[in-house]
Write a protein that binds this ligand. Sequence first.
Ligand code: FAD
Length: 467
Amino acid sequence: PEGDFDYDVVVLGSGPGGYTAAFRAADLDLKVALVERYESLGGVCLNVGCIPSKALLHAANVIDEAAHMAEHGVVFGEPEIQIDPLRGWKDQVVGQLTGGIAGMAKRRGVDVIQGTGTFSGDHAMKIEGEDGEKEVSFRHAIIAAGSQAFKLPGLPWDDPRMMDSTDALELKDVPEKLLVVGGGIIGLEMASVYQALGSKVTVVELTDQLMPGADKDLVKPLQKRIEPRYEAICLETKVTGIESKKDGLHATFEGKKLPDNTVFDRVLVAIGRVPNGNNIGCDAAGVEVTDRGFIPVDKQMRTNVPHIFAIGDIVGQPMLAHKATHEAKVAAEVCAGHKSAFEARVIPSVAYTDPEVAWVGLTETEAKEQGVKYGVGKFPWAASGRALGIGRSEGFTKLLFDEATDRVIGAGIVGPHAGDLIAEVALAIEMGAEAADIGLTIHPHPTLSESVAMAAEVFEGTVTDLY
Ligand code: FAD
């Protein structure tokens, strides 16, 4: 469109999608504004998501490892949890990163505008900040307004003992008895943290497995490890109500396995996230939003309004930071006139539990549902010298290959560092690697990465007796 605009690109929201889009657009010489309602940049991921959760999970892992070494002749005393410095360390990690984002915005000449943005037209956004309201006009807009925790209605949310993931990450204290509603990635990560810090944890999950979406066999080693440590893991069970009383939160359940304990000091609800599409004035810009608040986009991340783009959690599943950043680069490049498109074949998923659970491409369940003819190469970590050396033989690496072409089409890995290991398979899938390409690649010994090559060799039949 012709005309003078304040900015070439206005980006709404400063999460991994938003800041990546803003920086890429600025690097491509566009004049960019980044609108964020909070003082701290970085969105959910940096402030109340990926980063603080991983810092706390690291602490949890150290506690568990130290306890585990007692079996092998290295005995530490009981850990003393000093909650204030622990929280302070987590906040410092977050602060370092969010401050870094602000610095990078400044160096690139990106104008950060603090305030709540809503569209006031198809080339204009109104921003309500502390010092009043202003309006900016844009040639292009990129919506990266993300998502928020779904607050199950009917629960006593005005009781401060009720938590969503943001509250849980605040780490105000360590409750004695914690109920985690939802056995997905976020619920289980937070459960790991609080269990390691000393809480008695009960997990309730509606479906018949933890981490729905992953193959069942992949989740088994995790379940086996955490089951004895937790008060209870109740599958095919739901919470039907929670009543706030003076002595605790009284929960009622329905389903296959009812927990013995029904009174909790805190309840964490982690049953999904809702996109923010309905809160940003899309109507005024003519941008289509689904009933659930998602914004449909094409491969170039364009909404139905061709000069307005959307990226990240707000465009749909999977709600993951690395998907948001990838989409962000596409949107920014298209704004700059490049012919970019979102063409990733696969997006890896990782649960940073202990053991980690990671998968990419087709799961076996999906392959079966889609009638794909596939073969499996599975390498048990009990046959890996490195896994034994770190005292963790419960993991495995499983690769799925297309039977006709031998190309790798999916993978699941469970065990420590599975999240790092899965990246190799994502690359292999993107490059159309065949089993022999992986099996013939020399992997360093002794590493867990060898398990990927071994799984390929198991599929090819070049390794039969594992050594
Ligand atoms: P967001 O990060 O949600 O950012 C949106 C931003 O927009 C926010 O800062 C918000 O304040 C701002 N905003 C919204 N509306 C307005 C408005 N009207 N005006 C101004 N500003 C506005 N993903 C991973 O890949 N790995 C992980 O390990 C991981 N761990 C997670 C752990 C937890 C506990 C949670 C909750 C999430 C986790 N995620 C993880 C998911 C990840 O955080 C999201 O996928 C990612 O943050 C999405 O990025 P985004 O840019 O789409 O939006």
